[in-house]
Design a protein around this ligand. Sequence first.
Ligand SMILES: N[C@@H](CCC(=O)N[C@@H](CS)C(=O)NCC(=O)O)C(=O)O
Length: 205
Amino acid sequence: MTVPILLGRFLSPYVRRVGVTLNHFDIAFERRIISAIGDQQEREQANPVGRVPALILTSSETLIDSAAILDYLDERAGPERALIPPKGEPRRKTLRQIAIATGAIDRAMAANAERRRPAAQHDQERQDRLLRQARQGFEALERELDGHDWFGDAGLSQADITTAVGVTFINHIFPETLPPAALPSLMALVDRCEASSAFQAALID
Ligand SMILES: N[C@@H](CCC(=O)N[C@@H](CS)C(=O)NCC(=O)O)C(=O)O
């Protein structure tokens, strides 16, 4: 194999943030579109707990979990181009923003799983609470962005990528959860990111 292989669909925001980051760093890769629901055997071969994304390197080493894969990609890109600042307050701030974005993504995913439960077991209150928490996460990120183009002072960071991927995901699975008029900075960030070549080359499939 001459290029790394990314396992998973871009419908998964965790797979997609890795795909966008690979594109951003101009790292060529192949993708094996395995489903997060089916394809259990292939998922478990790459990751014992059966989750995507996984990135199979040309050395055959397999990286699992998007945060660990992004850490590898930052290291490979070098400190000047890394998308998470190397230390201090800027690093803590970016990691906090990413944690809010991934937390909101997890809440939206859990709400989606709740929605799919058979009617007899479905808990609408739980689904509403999970979606409210997802929305609260993005509202907090709107306040952090506060009219700026990017979360950090140094331009695009992983907080921008993960947030944009997260907003697009929730708009895809639960349209109308995030009212654009109440989240102007966030929506402008999403539009800017989604128009970029790194995002366009990793559209939801
Ligand atoms: N913390 C993990 C989360 C990955 C994750 O939740 N992947 C989902 C798809 S978005 C998955 O593989 N789900 C299949 C399953 O849980 O069986 C990461 O960042 O990679």
